[in-house]
Ligand binder design. Structure first.
Ligand code: SAH
Length: 219
């Protein structure tokens, strides 16, 4: 085990528990999500130089102009995606450093995640291997099309903002499934789409600030 796992100082279990307490104060109620976030060592997903800031309540740079989402953002997205259900198959779009996937791997049976930047995906793969997250599959692709061959999903979470809801993704929701994603270009809003047996029900939530969804892939 390398020193990053020893949990010393600013990266200890106690720091993580303080983060969880803060999330509770900020209104997160889903104990399953809170427990998972209390377990996943967030600091291994950022550069060592930023490790002491890893549990603070903001997004941090992870290279290539991208960020690891703030703890509250991850908690909120996953609380909405779960909706109190136990999750089977789940899809994330925008793996980034892999932190949210690691949390998802503890609250869902099977997790798929797509990232368009190959170098980020490589890093995420290494971190997830360290954590022995074996129920996770990562893919280098443009996530807008989802994974039609693997669908349907109980939940789809998108970590990048699109101008509109991609129809390819709503089509991959199971009945009772939920898609949670930021929508908008200048101003973004968190949107939740729930598939019932006869319709898609859209709920517009709070304003948010995500990196934009971009087309295509890169190395
Ligand atoms: N889930 C991450 C957040 C990463 S930021 C976390 O746990 O912190 C959002 C990510 O979405 C970036 O890495 C960006 O490269 C990726 N992204 C943007 N457009 C995409 C697309 N079309 N397909 C797949 N990934 C995309």
């Amino acid at each position: 085990m390398d020193s990053r796992h020893l949990g010393i100082g600013m990266t200890s279990q106690r720091t993580r528990m303080r983060m969880v307490e803060r999330l509770r104060e900020q209104g997160i109620r889903d104990e399953t999500v809170l427990a998972a976030m209390g377990e996943v060592p967030r600091h291994i997903f950022v550069d060592e130089a930023l490790a002491s800031r890893a549990y603070d309540d903001f997004a941090l740079p992870i290279g290539f102009g991208q960020t690891i989402s703030a703890p509250l953002t991850v908690a909120r997205m996953l609380e909405l995606a779960r909706g109190g259900r136990s999750l089977g198959r789940v899809l994330e779009i925008g793996t980034g450093c892999g932190y949210q996937v690691a949390v998802l791997s503890r609250i869902a049976r099977e997790v798929y995640s797509i990232e368009r930047i190959a170098a980020l995906l490589g890093k995420a793969r290494r971190s997830l291997r360290e954590l022995r997250a074996t129920n996770v599959k990562l893919k280098h692709a443009d996530g807008q099309l989802g994974l039609p061959d693997i669908a349907p999903f109980d939940a789809i979470v998108m970590a990048a903002a699109a101008a509109e809801v991609p129809e390819a993704l709503t089509a991959q929701l199971d009945i009772g499934g939920r898609l949670v994603m930021p929508i908008g270009t200048k101003e973004q809003r968190l949107v939740m789409i729930e598939r019932t047996d006869r319709a898609f029900v859209e709920t517009r939530l709070e304003n948010v600030n995500f990196v934009p969804l971009l087309p295509g892939t890169r190395v």
